[in-house]
Design a protein around this ligand. Structure first.
Ligand SMILES: O=P(O)(O)OC[C@H]1O[C@](O)(COP(=O)(O)O)[C@@H](O)[C@@H]1O
Ligand SMILES: [Mg+2]
Ligand SMILES: [Mg+2]
Length: 327
């Protein structure tokens, strides 16, 4: 799956082993997602997670699978998960050159029970040199620019693993007949502009005026712009909306709104990894007041507004938000 080991951070096989562990967990989650309705994996656990959301059975199962795989692999000192309040230390000693992994074990939870594409998102850092020997929760709070790798898995019509180590973006499709992820999308580049926008318009009334004007602008006919009106696509699974827009061109927006001033998506294991991937594919990722990857995290479950996708479409959004453009 890793093309060339020398492309991998650390090149002593550690990263390949870590990615192998993530791939193994993804295959197990894929197996269970595909038969969720048969093995009583639909529905809730009865627990409310740290996000104050009802935890789905598959949220917990995926969380446990990834923790088990990362613990077994021995390459990771600390993990952070959407489904666990604190960061989880896996190793206390000998963290030299090891990794911190932050992940959203199951993204798109509201779609689990209705057979709509869902996914897993992961972000990988090194243990900071000055934290070796005393790894703490703070070792997970590094800004997105320091990621050494990031990726996601979509459990959709097929299962695809897409990741970057800072040398471009590649996609690997799971061949269930041999149980291997095989290279299917080499060197993914996202179009400069597409015709798709993804946003939950049900929140329209809680948006700021600049964003409302941007959405209206995209919906307008314009004889000089054959692309407009754009078309809207919103699955409600960030990982699936992001993947479609990455391949076809488009913009995904989860803005701040009067109810959620910091938006809904989580900085460390949703926004940062996708921002690293989209920038590596020639796209752009903003909070509305600067690049997502430059945000200094304060806590593991920080939230952030997200404007992500084709660079010229994100540029348009930022221009409307700032009032630089009104039409
Ligand atoms: O229902 P809303 O408010 O549009 O939110 C949908 C968004 O929330 C999420 O489901 C949040 O992620 P989780 O499912 O991992 O909690 C995103 O995948 C999705 O884009
Ligand atoms: Mg999520
Ligand atoms: Mg989730």
């Amino acid at each position: 799956m890793i093309e060339r080991e020398q492309d991998a951070p650390g090149s002593k096989g550690q990263f390949s082993r870590l990615l192998r562990d993530i791939a193994v967990a993804a295959k197990i989650v894929d197996r269970d997602v595909r038969k969720a309705g048969l093995v009583d994996l639909f529905g809730e656990t009865g627990e409310i997670n740290v996000q104050d959301e009802e935890q789905k059975k598959l949220d917990l199962l995926a969380h446990e699978e990834f923790v088990r795989a990362l613990r077994r692999g021995g390459e990771v000192c600390l993990i952070g998960s959407e489904e666990h309040a604190e960061a989880i230390p896996l190793l206390f000693d000998d963290c030299q050159g090891k990794y911190v992994v932050l992940f959203d074990p199951l993204d798109g939870s509201s779609n689990i029970d209705v057979n709509v594409s869902i996914g897993t998102i992961f972000s990988i850092y090194r243990v900071p040199d000055d934290h070796v020997g005393r790894v703490t929760m703070e070792s997970a709070l590094q800004c997105g620019r320091k990621q050494v790798a990031a990726g996601y898995v979509v459990y959709g019509s097929s299962t695809i693993l897409v990741y970057t180590t800072g040398n471009g973006v590649n996609g690997f499709t799971l061949d269930p007949s041999i149980g291997e992820f095989l290279l299917s999308h080499a060197n993914i580049r996202t179009p400069n502009r597409g015709r798709i926008y993804s946003i939950n318009e049900g929140n329209y009334n809680s948006w700021d005026d600049g964003l409302k004007r941007y959405i209206k602008w995209m919906q307008q006919e314009d004889p000089d712009d054959p692309d407009r009106p754009y078309t809207t696509r919103y699955i409600g699974s960030f990982v699936a909306d992001f993947h479609r827009n990455l391949m076809k061109g488009g913009v995904y927006i989860y803005p701040s709104n009067t109810r959620d001033p910091n938006g809904k998506l989580r900085l460390m294991y949703e926004a940062n990894p996708m921002a690293f991937i989209v920038e590596q594919a020639g796209g752009r990722a903003e909070t509305g007041s600067g690049p997502i990857l430059d945000v200094e995290p304060q806590a593991l479950h920080d939230r952030t507004p997200v404007y992500i996708g084709s660079p010229s479409m994100v540029e348009d959004a930022i221009a409307f938000l700032s009032g630089e453009r009104t039409a």
